[in-house]
Design a protein around this ligand. Structure first.
Ligand code: PMP
Length: 430
């Protein structure tokens, strides 16, 4: 692997850091399992691209069959493409009945911002103060959760997502009022600067932000402020979508955010590049009647075959409800860990998307412990990661096909690793 690492560094470059102190080199996948070049298997409790399992046979067969038949861009008629559009839109509420296909989350968000700018006639954008929505020029100018040298856009304002686990003794109504006042202030600042508001772009689960626990009514209040200012609400479902949060297909349906545009990526094609923007007929008519949108590789017959196979898997295996049921079970166990371990500040998330927030003895964020636990679990054959503004929230987000027993292994190993890395003080945890 040292030679491969060297070759990677002198071609792809060393600046896209690999996960782990000892980089992992996978050569095979199946379900929740990944096998490395040394024949060691890992339980993947992190990746959400293989939503219906690594190397899913149905997706592989659908792609192979269509690519061996023909593949053309979407300016020719193809029944599979239209079938996919219909099947995908059937998972949304009736008002969201039009779709643009893309190849990635970045393309989806870039297009959604462009549409919002056109429809609203404004240029200002709201984003949270720790988020990532993609790699285009527009998105780089509004990135707050990663290092980018692109100057922060003069037409962008950031706001903080409230977290009841960090309320500092304030009550829920107070946290809510303060958070919404901050949004109103950001909108007023955009208006004063002459930008107006085109859109707020948010992930309904706020995953990059560390899965905060929101006050009741926050998302409704946020959407109302945005609409009152003439802006559109864009729900970035790259992480929260396709059953991830349980109970419903899309994160906004679970959290209560009512969007004008929904952007999608990662899990849609289970590894085949496929993304999209879903919106209403009125929004599509407004934008597309004067804006040609064409995207060579997006929503081709092959991409649609992948997308249809993924939807069929989620439907037939009941993965949305399963995510809810399994998630409840895991959340109960994580709450136990939170109660017994002084360095676990809060258990977060829902469906099959969990966070465990780690602190030090003084209650400050503990990225060192989080890093040590992520490394330790990898050495024990389990993949997880970490998120949040301090990188101190453990991130557990397995393929939806994970079983209850496999989740038990993840939580048991995590619990053991926490106790061994940071033993309970004598007398604690009884
Ligand atoms: N939005 C969110 C919430 C994401 O997590 C990501 C990728 N990490 C993106 C957008 C960008 O997606 P892509 O890498 O497919 O362009």
């Amino acid at each position: 692997d040292a030679e491969l690492l060297e070759r990677r560094g002198t071609t792809i470059g060393p600046y896209s850091p690999l996960f782990y102190r000892t980089p992992r080199h996978f050569v095979h996948g199946e379900g929740v399992w990944l096998t490395d070049a040394f024949g060691r298997t890992y339980l993947d409790a992190y990746n959400n691209v293989p939503q219906v399992g690594h190397a899913n046979p149905r997706v592989a067969a659908a792609v192979a069959e269509q690519i061996a038949t023909h593949n053309v861009h979407t300016r020719y008629l193809h029944e599979g493409v239209v079938n996919y559009a219909e099947e995908l839109l059937a998972t949304f509420s009736p008002e969201l009945d039009r779709v643009y296909f893309t190849n990635s989350g970045s393309e989806s968000n870039d297009l959604a911002l462009r549409i919002a700018r056109h429809v609203s006639g404004n240029s200002g954008i709201l984003t949270t103060d720790f988020s990532y929505h993609g790699n285009t020029l527009t998105l780089a100018a509004m990135t707050t959760g990663l290092d980018v040298s692109e100057p922060f856009g003069e037409h962008v304002r950031r706001f903080t997502i409230p977290d009841l686990d960090h309320a500092g003794g304030r009550g829920e109504p107070e946290v809510l009022a303060e958070a919404l006042a901050q949004v109103a202030e950001a909108i007023a600042s955009l208006q004063e600067a002459g930008h107006g508001l085109s859109a707020v772009l948010v992930d309904p689960s706020f995953s990059t932000e560390g899965l905060p626990r929101l006050p009741q009514g926050y998302l409704e209040g946020l959407a109302a402020l945005v609409h009152d200012a003439g802006g559109l609400v864009i729900a970035d479902e790259v992480q929260s979508g396709l059953g991830r949060l349980g109970w419903a297909w899309w994160g906004h349906q679970v959290t209560g955010l009512v969007p004008d545009l929904v952007t999608m990526g990662k899990p849609l094609g289970n590894g085949f590049p496929l993304g999209g923007v879903v919106t209403s007929q009125a929004v599509m008519d407004s934008f597309s009647s004067t804006n040609m949108y064409f995207n060579t590789f997006a929503g081709t017959p092959v991409a649609s075959a992948a997308g249809r196979a993924v939807l069929a898997e989620v439907h037939e295996r009941g993965l949305v409800q399963r995510a809810a049921d399994l998630g409840e079970r895991v959340r109960a166990r994580l709450a136990e860990i939170e109660a017994e371990h002084p360095l676990v500040a809060s258990a977060k998330g829902r469906g099959l998307f969990f966070g465990l927030e780690l602190v030090d003895a003084d209650g400050a964020p503990n990225p060192e412990l989080a890093k040590a636990i992520v490394e330790r679990l990898a050495n024990e054959g389990i993949l997880i990661s970490r998120i949040g503004p301090h990188d101190s929230v453990l991130k557990i987000r397995p393929p939806l096909v994970i079983t209850a027993e496999q989740l038990d292994v993840v939580v048991d190993t995590l619990s053991r690793a926490l106790h061994e890395a940071a033993p309970l003080p004598v007398g604690a945890g009884a």
